[in-house]
Ligand binder design. Sequence first.
Ligand code: NAP
Length: 251
Amino acid sequence: MSETTILILGGTAEAVKLASHLQAPHLRVISSLAGRTLAPAKIAGEIRVGGFGGPQGLADYLKAENVKLLIDATHPFATQISDNAIFASTTVNPIAFVRLERPAWLKKPGDKWVVVDTLTQAADAIPSKARVLLALGKQHIATFSKRNSVHFVVRMIDPPEAPLDLVDFELELSKPGTVEGEASLLIAKRITHIVCRNSGGKASYAKITAARDLGIPVIMLERPRRPEIRTLPDVESVIGFVRETLNSLGT
Ligand code: NAP
């Protein structure tokens, strides 16, 4: 039986889980990471790290590696690589393509959400003298630089390479924790507001539960509007799609 190559565009917990479930003798499973995290999670199978050099670079890579199935399992807010994947999947023929995207969080009773569409709207929604837990990627911090009457607690996993462009802030170098851990952080830092993105999933939901329990408002950045492509919500349904695709390829 010939080997079929699958490329997973990763950087999420779902991508790690998927790579582990797809390990099989007749499959070559390559996981691709951007290389942003200093200590990424352990991933089963082959790993490549770093950008492809734009959409055409990704298309060239798919051809060069004879990829038959492309799975975009990147983060809901990582729109550039997802756009590149759409381009590459329509350029390279034949290739099967699917997006794995966890559903967004839904507001529950007790949640005090201020829903915004852009980072600028998020920055404008913070009241003066607030103490804000900023739970965003480091590339999104600059939008808040003009809010000089706000104290920011900036949560990051790895320390920033460049100084942060904020007037009044402290760094909180940690990963999202349990509801109890998040509640302790919110209380210890006297947080009055959280700014975060509607990432969905379990890993970073504890802060939302803790905020609900403590009555803390969350300024929630909605997901960007995306082109309509075949999208599945979880690893299990993508595994089903992979099986169907392999059957149709006769592998
Ligand atoms: P992005 O803005 O969509 O992508 C920027 C560029 O980074 C892409 O054009 C591509 O470079 C490269 N890239 C991104 N993901 C890649 C991957 N999986 N493999 C190879 N190259 C990749 O992405 P981002 O928001 O910076 O996120 C980077 C990575 O972190 C993604 O893999 C994502 O799943 C993960 N992540 C992102 C977030 C978030 O909040 N955005 C949160 C958690 C994890 P080239 O054009 O040169 O190919």
